[in-house]
Ligand binder design. Structure first.
Ligand SMILES: [Zn+2]
Length: 389
């Protein structure tokens, strides 16, 4: 323990288009072929009403994510303007429907492209080398994604990747390494975001069965106990359906890792994909999944999210599941840095109602340097090292 210090994208809004979801993601409908009614309708609303260049690639990505469960074979797409119904939420679900802001999907597409471009530019061989050469890279990725900074080189890569992803259909999957890397990074993000909403859309029952339990679900049980007591933070009861939806996100990530393992990709740096995706998911879990209009542009703050597990715990669970069974430390680098920051801020906000004791189960997910630094050693880049333990 340690003490803390079919896709006709130019569709008319309101019209439901049917998309067949096949693993290889074929969304072309043969002439005269009738599709079954949708198992899920995706309402992808546009802020301001204008279409995004990423919309077609996003439908492919959403189809890949929903097909992680065998309950979704056909999806319908609607593209209205974002209105009062969605409020300031990123996504929400009602039975058989998930509504999301297109802006949040665009942001993932853009930030993922930045992470690939910068990794190539720096010439790092591993994630650990990359994070030392580019501290807080994930923040820079979202600053690019939100248009705070521009980068024509990343824009050009985005155009190429988008073109490759758009032209994919069954039997002609892109062999381009950047495109494959981008798709996997995006898929981890969507497994976290859409996996959560899927539980709500299926009547608070995850469409991925219990027999495909994620590794991190045991950790989730432990973290729930920690949350309900005062050992670390002040006790707080989350909503049961939100905790269950979080587990459903883990199962989607787990299923994605199984899909990746079943189709080896020699030309992809999977270690980098997983760490970069974990960093992106961690950043968005803590600060929100789209740029909030209430904040000055380019400013990101920790959001209070009372109905869920504490945000630090959600970061730990998601990052750990994205890492999968790939050896310790499961959570390191920028994701670990964001976790530590969130733990410290949450502990501070509890005043004297919390013990600040970090359990061994939590520490086991992290680099040894985190425990050492919490026990008094100065924080350095090496505290968060991703070197295997
Ligand atoms: Zn929810």
């Amino acid at each position: 323990m340690s003490k803390v210090a079919q896709c006709n994208i130019g569709s008319t809004a309101g019209l439901v288009l049917l998309v067949a979801v096949i693993l290889a993601v074929s969304i072309q409908r043969s002439p005269g072929q009738e599709l079954a009614p949708p198992d899920m309708v995706l309402i992808l609303c546009r802020d301001g009403g204008a279409p995004s260049v990423w919309e077609r690639a996003e439908v492919f990505a959403l189809a890949r994510t929903l097909s992680l469960s065998d309950k979704v074979k056909h999806i319908g797409i609607k593209r209205p303007t974002c209105g009062g119904e969605i409020g300031d939420a990123t996504c929400f679900a009602v039975p058989k429907q998930i509504q999301c802001r297109t802006a949040a999907l665009d942001r993932i597409m853009r930030a993922g492209t930045w992470m690939i471009s910068e990794f190539k530019k720096i010439g790092a061989k591993s994630y650990d080398e990359f994070r030392l050469l580019h501290p807080e890279a994930v923040l820079a990725a979202f600053r690019y994604a939100d248009g705070i900074v521009t980068d024509s080189k990343v824009d050009r890569l985005a155009d190429r990747i988008r073109h490759e992803e758009e032209s994919e259909s069954a039997g002609s999957l892109s062999r381009d390494a950047d495109t494959q890397t981008h798709k996997l990074m995006v898929d981890f993000n969507l497994a976290a975001l859409i996996g959560h909403e899927s539980a709500h859309a299926f009547g608070e029952s995850c469409p991925i069965a219990d027999d495909q339990r994620a590794e991190a679900e045991g950790l989730a049980d432990n973290l729930l106990k920690v949350q309900l007591g005062a050992m670390l933070f002040c006790p707080r009861s989350p909503e049961v359906i939100e905790v269950r939806a979080g587990l459903c996100a883990l199962r989607h990530i787990h299923a994605l890792n199984q899909r990746i393992a079943s189709r080896p990709r020699a030309n992809i740096n999977l270690d980098y994909v997983r760490h970069a995706a974990a960093d992106m998911v961690a950043f968005q879990l803590l600060t929100g999944w789209y740029e909030l209009a209430s904040l000055p542009r380019g400013r990101y703050v920790l959001l209070p999210q009372k109905q869920y597990l504490y945000p630090a715990f959600r970061v730990l669970l998601m990052a750990s599941e994205i890492h999968g069974s790939n050896g310790r430390p499961a959570v390191c680098g920028e994701a670990a840095s964001l976790f530590v920051h969130s733990v410290q801020e949450t502990f501070k906000a509890c005043g004297d109602k919390a013990g600040g004791i970090v359990s061994d189960e939590i520490l086991a997910q992290l680099p040894a340097g985190v425990e050492q630094s919490w026990n008094g050693k100065p924080w350095t880049d090496q505290s968060l090292s991703c070197r295997p333990l």
